[in-house]
Ligand binder design. Structure first.
Ligand code: ADP
Ligand code: AMP
Length: 224
Protein backbone atom coordinates (compact mmCIF):
# COMPACT_ATOMS: atom_id res chain seq x y z
CA UNK A 1 0.00 0.00 0.00
CA UNK A 2 1.82 3.05 -1.25
CA UNK A 3 -0.16 5.52 0.89
CA UNK A 4 1.49 4.11 4.05
CA UNK A 5 4.82 5.65 3.14
CA UNK A 6 3.61 9.15 2.50
CA UNK A 7 1.09 9.14 5.38
CA UNK A 8 3.80 9.36 8.04
CA UNK A 9 5.16 12.70 6.88
CA UNK A 10 1.94 14.27 5.68
CA UNK A 11 0.68 17.15 7.79
CA UNK A 12 -2.06 18.58 5.56
CA UNK A 13 -5.31 16.81 4.63
CA UNK A 14 -5.50 15.26 1.14
CA UNK A 15 -9.22 15.97 0.87
CA UNK A 16 -11.02 19.23 1.57
CA UNK A 17 -13.96 19.20 3.99
CA UNK A 18 -15.70 21.44 1.41
CA UNK A 19 -15.77 18.49 -1.00
CA UNK A 20 -15.92 15.55 1.37
CA UNK A 21 -18.23 15.07 4.37
CA UNK A 22 -17.05 12.48 6.87
CA UNK A 23 -19.06 11.22 9.82
CA UNK A 24 -17.23 8.93 12.22
CA UNK A 25 -19.59 6.21 13.50
CA UNK A 26 -18.59 4.82 16.89
CA UNK A 27 -20.03 2.56 19.57
CA UNK A 28 -19.04 -0.65 21.27
CA UNK A 29 -18.82 -3.95 19.39
CA UNK A 30 -22.40 -4.99 18.61
CA UNK A 31 -23.93 -1.57 19.34
CA UNK A 32 -25.57 -1.64 15.89
CA UNK A 33 -23.25 0.62 13.88
CA UNK A 34 -23.33 -1.53 10.74
CA UNK A 35 -27.10 -1.97 10.96
CA UNK A 36 -27.72 1.78 11.14
CA UNK A 37 -25.12 2.60 8.47
CA UNK A 38 -26.84 0.23 6.05
CA UNK A 39 -30.09 2.15 6.54
CA UNK A 40 -28.38 5.52 6.16
CA UNK A 41 -26.84 4.37 2.88
CA UNK A 42 -30.24 3.30 1.55
CA UNK A 43 -31.97 6.50 2.70
CA UNK A 44 -29.39 9.21 1.97
CA UNK A 45 -26.81 7.73 -0.42
CA UNK A 46 -23.84 7.85 1.94
CA UNK A 47 -20.83 5.71 1.13
CA UNK A 48 -20.27 3.33 4.02
CA UNK A 49 -16.71 2.36 4.88
CA UNK A 50 -16.36 -0.07 7.77
CA UNK A 51 -12.81 -0.19 9.14
CA UNK A 52 -13.42 -3.77 10.31
CA UNK A 53 -14.71 -4.87 6.87
CA UNK A 54 -11.76 -3.24 5.09
CA UNK A 55 -9.33 -4.95 7.48
CA UNK A 56 -11.01 -8.35 7.00
CA UNK A 57 -10.88 -7.92 3.21
CA UNK A 58 -7.18 -7.03 3.39
CA UNK A 59 -6.55 -9.98 5.72
CA UNK A 60 -8.08 -12.32 3.13
CA UNK A 61 -6.41 -10.79 0.07
CA UNK A 62 -3.97 -13.44 -1.11
CA UNK A 63 -1.10 -11.03 -1.90
CA UNK A 64 -1.41 -8.91 1.24
CA UNK A 65 1.73 -8.47 3.29
CA UNK A 66 -0.47 -7.60 6.30
CA UNK A 67 -2.77 -10.66 6.39
CA UNK A 68 -1.17 -12.43 9.35
CA UNK A 69 -0.69 -9.23 11.29
CA UNK A 70 -4.34 -8.22 10.87
CA UNK A 71 -5.57 -11.71 11.83
CA UNK A 72 -3.60 -11.58 15.06
CA UNK A 73 -5.00 -8.19 16.05
CA UNK A 74 -8.60 -9.04 15.16
CA UNK A 75 -8.62 -12.37 17.02
CA UNK A 76 -7.33 -10.65 20.12
CA UNK A 77 -9.69 -7.69 19.83
CA UNK A 78 -6.73 -5.32 19.50
CA UNK A 79 -6.38 -2.14 17.50
CA UNK A 80 -4.62 -2.78 14.19
CA UNK A 81 -1.75 -0.27 13.69
CA UNK A 82 -3.05 2.98 12.31
CA UNK A 83 -0.78 3.09 9.27
CA UNK A 84 -2.56 0.03 7.85
CA UNK A 85 -6.09 1.10 8.83
CA UNK A 86 -5.81 4.69 7.60
CA UNK A 87 -4.16 3.64 4.34
CA UNK A 88 -7.05 1.24 3.64
CA UNK A 89 -9.64 3.92 4.42
CA UNK A 90 -7.92 6.55 2.31
CA UNK A 91 -7.58 4.18 -0.64
CA UNK A 92 -11.27 3.22 -0.38
CA UNK A 93 -12.33 6.89 -0.23
CA UNK A 94 -10.21 7.73 -3.24
CA UNK A 95 -11.65 4.85 -5.22
CA UNK A 96 -15.19 6.03 -4.51
CA UNK A 97 -14.43 9.68 -5.25
CA UNK A 98 -12.61 8.86 -8.49
CA UNK A 99 -15.21 6.29 -9.55
CA UNK A 100 -16.87 6.59 -12.97
CA UNK A 101 -19.85 8.88 -13.39
CA UNK A 102 -23.04 6.82 -13.53
CA UNK A 103 -24.43 6.07 -16.98
CA UNK A 104 -28.03 6.98 -17.82
CA UNK A 105 -29.49 3.81 -16.30
CA UNK A 106 -27.42 4.09 -13.15
CA UNK A 107 -28.24 7.79 -12.86
CA UNK A 108 -31.89 6.88 -12.31
CA UNK A 109 -30.94 4.81 -9.28
CA UNK A 110 -29.82 6.45 -6.03
CA UNK A 111 -26.25 7.72 -6.44
CA UNK A 112 -23.94 5.62 -4.27
CA UNK A 113 -22.11 8.65 -3.04
CA UNK A 114 -23.84 11.86 -3.95
CA UNK A 115 -21.54 14.71 -2.94
CA UNK A 116 -18.79 12.68 -1.29
CA UNK A 117 -20.60 11.81 1.96
CA UNK A 118 -18.90 9.08 3.96
CA UNK A 119 -19.88 7.12 7.04
CA UNK A 120 -16.64 5.82 8.50
CA UNK A 121 -17.77 3.01 10.75
CA UNK A 122 -15.65 1.67 13.62
CA UNK A 123 -13.07 4.40 13.25
CA UNK A 124 -11.24 6.06 14.95
CA UNK A 125 -10.83 3.51 17.74
CA UNK A 126 -7.64 4.97 19.15
CA UNK A 127 -6.56 8.56 19.69
CA UNK A 128 -3.55 8.41 17.38
CA UNK A 129 -5.82 7.39 14.48
CA UNK A 130 -8.24 10.21 15.18
CA UNK A 131 -5.51 12.82 15.18
CA UNK A 132 -3.65 11.45 12.15
CA UNK A 133 -6.77 11.00 10.03
CA UNK A 134 -7.96 14.55 10.61
CA UNK A 135 -4.47 15.91 10.02
CA UNK A 136 -3.59 13.92 6.90
CA UNK A 137 -6.86 12.78 5.26
CA UNK A 138 -9.77 15.09 6.12
CA UNK A 139 -11.37 16.55 9.28
CA UNK A 140 -14.65 14.83 10.20
CA UNK A 141 -17.90 16.75 10.73
CA UNK A 142 -18.76 14.91 13.96
CA UNK A 143 -18.94 11.55 15.69
CA UNK A 144 -22.19 9.60 15.65
CA UNK A 145 -21.97 7.57 18.84
CA UNK A 146 -24.25 4.58 19.45
CA UNK A 147 -24.59 4.09 23.18
CA UNK A 148 -25.42 0.56 24.35
CA UNK A 149 -24.73 -1.34 27.59
CA UNK A 150 -22.29 -4.22 27.50
CA UNK A 151 -24.79 -6.94 28.42
CA UNK A 152 -26.97 -6.04 25.42
CA UNK A 153 -23.97 -5.85 23.06
CA UNK A 154 -22.80 -9.23 24.32
CA UNK A 155 -26.23 -10.75 23.72
CA UNK A 156 -26.28 -9.37 20.16
CA UNK A 157 -22.76 -10.52 19.32
CA UNK A 158 -23.30 -14.06 20.61
CA UNK A 159 -26.48 -14.22 18.52
CA UNK A 160 -24.66 -12.81 15.48
CA UNK A 161 -21.85 -15.33 16.06
CA UNK A 162 -24.20 -18.21 15.31
CA UNK A 163 -24.20 -17.24 11.63
CA UNK A 164 -21.57 -14.53 11.01
CA UNK A 165 -18.60 -16.84 10.57
CA UNK A 166 -16.48 -14.14 12.22
CA UNK A 167 -13.46 -15.38 14.13
CA UNK A 168 -14.03 -12.78 16.84
CA UNK A 169 -17.74 -13.33 17.58
CA UNK A 170 -16.97 -15.80 20.38
CA UNK A 171 -17.09 -15.27 24.16
CA UNK A 172 -13.33 -14.92 24.63
CA UNK A 173 -12.71 -12.48 21.76
CA UNK A 174 -15.81 -10.51 22.74
CA UNK A 175 -14.42 -10.03 26.26
CA UNK A 176 -11.15 -8.73 24.82
CA UNK A 177 -12.98 -6.42 22.39
CA UNK A 178 -14.98 -4.92 25.26
CA UNK A 179 -11.80 -4.25 27.22
CA UNK A 180 -10.20 -2.55 24.22
CA UNK A 181 -13.35 -0.50 23.71
CA UNK A 182 -13.38 0.77 27.30
CA UNK A 183 -9.64 1.35 27.65
CA UNK A 184 -8.71 2.60 24.17
CA UNK A 185 -11.78 3.66 22.20
CA UNK A 186 -13.87 5.47 24.81
CA UNK A 187 -11.05 8.03 25.28
CA UNK A 188 -11.55 8.89 21.60
CA UNK A 189 -15.23 9.60 22.24
CA UNK A 190 -14.24 11.72 25.27
CA UNK A 191 -11.72 13.63 23.13
CA UNK A 192 -14.42 14.58 20.59
CA UNK A 193 -16.95 15.21 23.35
CA UNK A 194 -14.65 17.89 24.81
CA UNK A 195 -14.81 19.56 21.39
CA UNK A 196 -18.63 19.32 21.34
CA UNK A 197 -18.42 17.05 18.32
CA UNK A 198 -20.34 13.99 19.55
CA UNK A 199 -23.93 13.16 18.64
CA UNK A 200 -25.03 10.46 21.05
CA UNK A 201 -27.87 8.09 20.16
CA UNK A 202 -29.47 5.55 22.51
CA UNK A 203 -28.87 2.23 20.71
CA UNK A 204 -30.81 -0.10 23.03
CA UNK A 205 -34.20 0.25 21.38
CA UNK A 206 -35.38 -1.54 18.25
CA UNK A 207 -33.48 -0.79 15.02
CA UNK A 208 -36.40 1.24 13.57
CA UNK A 209 -36.52 3.49 16.64
CA UNK A 210 -32.75 3.92 16.68
CA UNK A 211 -32.91 4.87 13.02
CA UNK A 212 -35.63 7.44 13.62
CA UNK A 213 -33.48 9.20 16.22
CA UNK A 214 -30.44 8.95 13.96
CA UNK A 215 -32.33 10.58 11.09
CA UNK A 216 -33.50 13.46 13.27
CA UNK A 217 -29.99 14.11 14.55
CA UNK A 218 -28.39 13.99 11.09
CA UNK A 219 -31.06 16.11 9.43
CA UNK A 220 -30.46 18.82 12.05
CA UNK A 221 -26.79 18.94 11.19
CA UNK A 222 -26.41 18.11 7.51
CA UNK A 223 -28.06 19.12 4.25
CA UNK A 224 -29.35 15.70 3.24
P1 ADP B 1 -21.76 -3.30 15.08
O1 ADP B 1 -21.57 -2.92 13.63
O2 ADP B 1 -21.87 -2.11 15.99
O3 ADP B 1 -20.76 -4.30 15.57
P2 ADP B 1 -24.15 -4.69 14.10
O4 ADP B 1 -24.90 -3.65 13.35
O5 ADP B 1 -23.42 -5.74 13.32
O6 ADP B 1 -23.18 -4.02 15.20
O7 ADP B 1 -25.21 -5.38 15.08
C1 ADP B 1 -24.80 -6.48 15.91
C2 ADP B 1 -25.93 -7.50 15.93
O8 ADP B 1 -27.05 -6.96 16.64
C3 ADP B 1 -26.45 -7.87 14.55
O9 ADP B 1 -26.73 -9.25 14.54
C4 ADP B 1 -27.69 -7.01 14.37
O10 ADP B 1 -28.64 -7.65 13.56
C5 ADP B 1 -28.20 -6.86 15.79
N1 ADP B 1 -28.76 -5.53 16.05
C6 ADP B 1 -28.37 -4.35 15.53
N2 ADP B 1 -29.11 -3.33 16.02
C7 ADP B 1 -29.97 -3.89 16.90
C8 ADP B 1 -31.01 -3.35 17.75
N3 ADP B 1 -31.27 -2.04 17.79
N4 ADP B 1 -31.69 -4.22 18.52
C9 ADP B 1 -31.42 -5.53 18.50
N5 ADP B 1 -30.47 -6.11 17.71
C10 ADP B 1 -29.76 -5.30 16.91
P1 AMP C 1 -15.54 -4.52 13.83
O1 AMP C 1 -15.82 -5.17 12.51
O2 AMP C 1 -15.82 -3.04 13.82
O3 AMP C 1 -16.25 -5.21 14.96
O4 AMP C 1 -13.98 -4.68 14.11
C1 AMP C 1 -13.39 -5.95 14.23
C2 AMP C 1 -11.92 -5.83 14.60
O5 AMP C 1 -11.20 -5.17 13.55
C3 AMP C 1 -11.61 -5.02 15.85
O6 AMP C 1 -11.77 -5.78 17.04
C4 AMP C 1 -10.14 -4.64 15.59
O7 AMP C 1 -9.27 -5.73 15.84
C5 AMP C 1 -10.15 -4.37 14.10
N1 AMP C 1 -10.50 -2.96 13.84
C6 AMP C 1 -11.71 -2.46 13.48
N2 AMP C 1 -11.68 -1.13 13.36
C7 AMP C 1 -10.41 -0.76 13.64
C8 AMP C 1 -9.74 0.49 13.71
N3 AMP C 1 -10.37 1.65 13.49
N4 AMP C 1 -8.43 0.48 14.03
C9 AMP C 1 -7.79 -0.66 14.26
N5 AMP C 1 -8.35 -1.87 14.26
C10 AMP C 1 -9.67 -1.94 13.95
Amino acid sequence: MSTIDNLKDRTTPVFSPDDVTVIFVLGGPGAGKGTQCERLVARYGFAHLSAGDLLRAEQNRPDSEFGDLIRHYIRNGLIVPMEVTIALLEAAMRQILDGPEPDAAAAAAPRPNKGGKFLIDGFPRKLDQAIKFEEAVVPARFVLFYDCPEHEMERRLLERGKTSGREDDNAESIRKRFRTFVETSMPVVDYFEKQNRVVKVDAVRQPDQVFETTQKELEKRLQL
